[in-house]
Write a protein that binds this ligand. Sequence first.
Ligand SMILES: CC(C)(COP(=O)(O)OP(=O)(O)OC[C@H]1O[C@@H](n2cnc3c(N)ncnc32)[C@H](O)[C@@H]1OP(=O)(O)O)[C@@H](O)C(=O)NCCC(=O)NCCS
Length: 187
Amino acid sequence: MKNSYRIRPATESDLAAINDIYNHYVLNSVCTYQEELESLDDRRRWFSQHGGKHPVIVAEAGRQVVGWGSLSPYHSRSAYRHTVENSVYVHHQQHRRGIGSLLLKDLIVRARSLGHRAIIAAIDKEQTASVALHAKFHFEKVGHFKRVGLKFDRWLDVIYMELILDAPRPKSPPPGRSVPIRLSGHA
Ligand SMILES: CC(C)(COP(=O)(O)OP(=O)(O)OC[C@H]1O[C@@H](n2cnc3c(N)ncnc32)[C@H](O)[C@@H]1OP(=O)(O)O)[C@@H](O)C(=O)NCCC(=O)NCCS
């Protein structure tokens, strides 16, 4: 039977499950550049800094938390106030079941309704799943920082992907028609 998943705002009682999902990647993956396990106290502090314009959500299968996502401030300088950075982590034994898509879709809807204008995803270059997930939701690659991370004795590159929320949605061109090139940016 196909699993059904429920996305809902996280509560304090989800923090241990959120941390277990995350700490697997701290120990085993370069998808996070954190190298020390996240303690529950740190996770509680992180959670207390979220809420309101910066939600934390979880995906549940039955009563088990199988993934989580968040919107965090991108930068502390005030002019960045309409920009957020997203995180999505799915339990390592639950990949490719659509959970990451449900979480990211929900975060985008929330970001729009909270008045945010841009979502940034900072993704290690090797994370093909994460890059593909964000591309599926029309995030565009906007930056590539080379050799900015060092984990497991390897230098790592970070890719930045961005979704601008007030941009018109991309439409597929009609068959047989050429696509006009739209120049963007400010002179
Ligand atoms: C990235 C991650 C969240 C994806 O979650 P998921 O539940 O497996 O994703 P989904 O099943 O919804 O797949 C979404 C899309 O991602 C792509 N994708 C997922 N896994 C992939 C893989 N291993 N290789 C290539 N593409 C992949 C596919 O395009 C897929 O779309 P499709 O199923 O319509 O083809 C998950 O792999 C994960 O938790 N990784 C570790 C943490 C991480 O890198 N988080 C991102 C940091 S912000």
